[in-house]
Write a protein that binds this ligand. Structure first.
Ligand code: LLP
Length: 424
């Protein structure tokens, strides 16, 4: 069941009219449906329930405290890429033994924090990182659980900025070198080699790249086991795509069935790191049309949300559906939907065929639950938007819109600027 739908021409999130929220909190704001978030988590984790598996929701897709708390309460694990995500995750109640830590650039203080917390595994992305984790674990008198992130050289056929499993990408260790890395790791006494990991990219809408990566990892697991290195878990990363427009990604059940059948008899625990597929279609960005204007060759819809609120269109040319919050019969226009920021790259949609929206009207940018707020910035000293979660007929502000004071919080003026000015 879809939880963003029109009732009597008005877009609702579950049982709350979107207009009502806009009246009370202003625009722009991100809006999440609790029922959709929970359902997506259940659909995904149930798809793997016949295997020994752990879903580690990928915090980077949406790390708002309430969203994390919801998944922690459902028993999810967490995939993190920074000390900040570890902090948020622990605060939201994730069990450290369900947290995996990926990323090419883990700092020493972050490694120490993760060791102290007792996470499930470090997904290690270079030989130097392996050595650093070992020495930090030794200094702290701990044994660090590690998996090597393998770069299987598979083309995920997605946007180049979000494909991560090709040799030219910075991620992981190439297959042959990874075997070497395991041999080295075996001799590092403060490491416990627990698994193997990959993540080949994001918004992947075909099954084949996942199958190719899995085959290559399975071969490596057998080779490593043959050498006496007992790989206990396989982390397949995230990456399953969603429908933004007319994509036809595999359903979680189809994705799971392929993985499960391929891993029969391998005696492995499976870890998954889904982000977008859980939260992407559980959220929208609501904005107000500030102005309309028509150029000689184009119509512009000027919204009060811009690239600082939703970066994906400018950054990846990503498509987000645009709908008026109150629907009515009207003519169709073709327009660029742009934000208030002073660059031409500040758009939410280009050459978009859409209903003729008017000044003051609310519009919804669809499928904005993943990589929306987490990528928002204060560019042009714009305030980061509010975030709202709806459950049933109630809405809850889960993050206030920033204030002007928030903008300068933490800034200070050095004394040479505050001392009585010297006039030259
Ligand atoms: N695991 C690792 C190691 C990752 O790097 C990522 C995403 C995920 C899991 C979750 O991937 P997902 O299931 O969400 O596809 N900002 C871009 C997406 C960047 C993805 C980065 N890594 C976007 O807006 O499309």
């Amino acid at each position: 069941m879809h939880h963003f739908k029109y009732k009597e021409n008005e877009l609702h999130c579950e049982d709350v009219p979107v207009c009502k929220i806009a009246e009370e909190v202003g625009t722009p704001f991100y809006l999440y449906s609790h029922a959709t978030l929970a359902r997506h988590y259940h659909v995904f984790s149930n798809a793997f329930k016949e295997m020994d598996s752990l879903v580690c929701y990928s915090a980077k897709a949406n790390s708002s405290y309430a969203v994390l708390k919801l998944f922690a309460d459902l028993g999810s694990g967490l995939d993190i890429v920074s000390g900040g995500e570890l902090f948020r995750g622990l605060k939201a109640g994730f069990k450290p033994e369900k947290i995996v830590y990926s990323g090419v650039g883990k700092r020493i203080d972050e490694i120490d924090y993760a060791l102290e917390s007792g996470i499930l595994a470090f997904n290690v992305e270079s030989l130097e990182e392996l050595e650093v984790i070992n020495s930090r674990a030794a200094a702290m008198n701990k044994i660090a659980p590690v998996a090597i992130r393998v770069n299987p050289n598979v083309d995920p056929k997605t946007h180049p900025y979000i494909s991560t499993g090709l040799k030219k990408n910075k991620f992981g260790i190439e297959a042959d070198a990874a075997i070497e890395a395991y041999i080295i790791a075996q001799d590092l006494v403060n490491l416990d080699i627990t698994g193997i990991d990959c993540h080949i990219g994001s918004q992947i809408i075909q099954a084949q790249p996942f199958e190719d990566a899995l085959e290559s990892l399975k071969d490596m697991i057998l080779e490593l086991r043959g050498m006496g290195i007992n790989i206990r878990h396989l982390d397949m990363g995230g990456g399953l795509g969603i429908i933004y427009n007319e994509e036809t990604p595999p359903l979680p059940d189809e994705y799971a069935a392929g993985i499960i059948s391929s891993l029969k008899g391998m005696n492995l625990k499976l870890i998954l790191e889904p982000g977008r597929v859980i939260v992407g279609n559980a959220g929208i960005l609501v904005s107000k049309v500030l102005y309309r204007k028509s150029g000689e060759i184009k119509d512009f819809v000027i919204a009060d949300a811009g690239m600082n609120d939703l970066a994906r269109p400018s950054m990846y040319g990503a498509y987000h559906g645009v709908q008026p919050v109150v629907s009515s019969d009207r003519r169709t226009i073709v327009a660029d939907i742009v934000g208030p920021i002073c660059e031409s790259g500040d758009f939410l949609a280009t050459d978009r065929k859409m209903p003729d929206v008017k000044q003051g009207e609310l519009i919804a940018l669809m499928s904005a639950g993943a990589y929306g707020y987490t990528m928002a910035s204060n560019y042009c000293s714009r305030l980061k938007p509010a975030e709202i979660m709806v459950k049933g007929n109630q809405f809850h502000v889960i993050r206030k819109r920033q204030s002007y004071d928030d903008l300068v919080a933490g800034e200070s003026i050095p004394s040479f600027l505050t001392d009585p000015p010297r006039h030259l």
